[in-house]
Design a protein. Structure first.
Length: 258
């Protein structure tokens, strides 16, 4: 009898002090997070809570970063990585006085935003032209891909990696799609033709390293934060749209200002 009572007491005690169940990382949860992020950026009222914040590869307090500025967002697009509980958001602000193109990766822990990494480009950065970026990106289709036509995470990441590896190894086989358009700053390679190609040349001898991924199979997309030209290279983002294993769109955001 005593043993039975002790067993019941122990089981109840264990249940009482057990760690809370992990929060399921759903697309809805991640969308709520990006909505919160966009509201904070639009209002100039930074995200609150215990958040690790890195802006242009420098650790900072989020209250002192770009989120302290209320920005009129002319375009935004987000996607959601339910495997790693992460998001990527592209933001374009075409204000003539304070234009920005911003790329942000966020990670969630236990249902809350725990890490924000953002690349903020403006006048003086590589090929920067917010008006051009707005024009071209708003005309592209990054919509949901039918389930039966979706690529796996591995295929999507491999396509992006192949493009990046080409900078160091010209023998890399890249899965070029057609048509394909590259948006680099405000410079666009697409001409609206079915033969448009992203195989228009890249520099040689450069290591694109320290890669951090956000992948969403539902839209065939991967965003990769990296350092351009080695571990201390420029903060950079390469974003890809992959369809049937082939690259269809490439977006880059490169922080060049010192």
């Amino acid at each position: 009898m005593l043993r039975s009572v002790l067993a019941v007491w122990l089981s109840l005690s264990t249940a009482a002090f057990a760690a809370p169940a992990a929060v399921d990382c759903t697309q809805a949860l991640l969308k709520d997070a990006t909505d919160t992020y966009l509201t904070a950026q639009s209002s100039g009222k930074p995200l609150t809570g215990t958040i690790e914040y890195v802006e242009n590869d420098k650790t900072a307090t989020i209250a002192s970063g770009i989120q302290s500025q209320a920005l009129k967002i002319d375009h935004n697009r987000s996607y959601y990585d339910t495997t790693t509980c992460a998001t990527y958001t592209e933001v374009v602000v075409a204000d003539t006085k304070k234009p920005y193109v911003i790329g942000t990766q966020m990670h969630l822990t236990d249902g809350k935003i725990s890490n924000v990494r953002t690349l903020v480009t403006t006048t003086g950065d590589w090929l920067f032209n917010a008006t051009g970026t707005l024009y071209y990106t708003s005309r592209e289709d990054w919509g949901v891909i039918p389930v039966e036509s979706r690529d796996t995470r591995a295929v999507i990441q491999a396509a992006g990696d192949a493009y990046l590896n080409l900078f160091l190894d010209k023998k890399t086989v890249v899965p070029w799609g057609a048509p394909c358009a590259r948006l680099e700053g405000g410079s666009y390679t697409g001409k609206g033709q079915p033969t448009d190609s992203c195989n228009v040349g890249v520099p040689s001898g450069l290591d694109l390293t320290n890669r951090r991924y956000v992948i969403d199979e539902t839209v065939g997309s991967v965003d990769i934060f990296l350092n351009f030209g080695g571990k201390t290279g420029l903060p950079d983002s390469y974003e890809f749209r992959i369809e049937k294993g082939k690259i269809r769109f490439v977006h880059t955001i490169t922080v060049q200002r010192k």
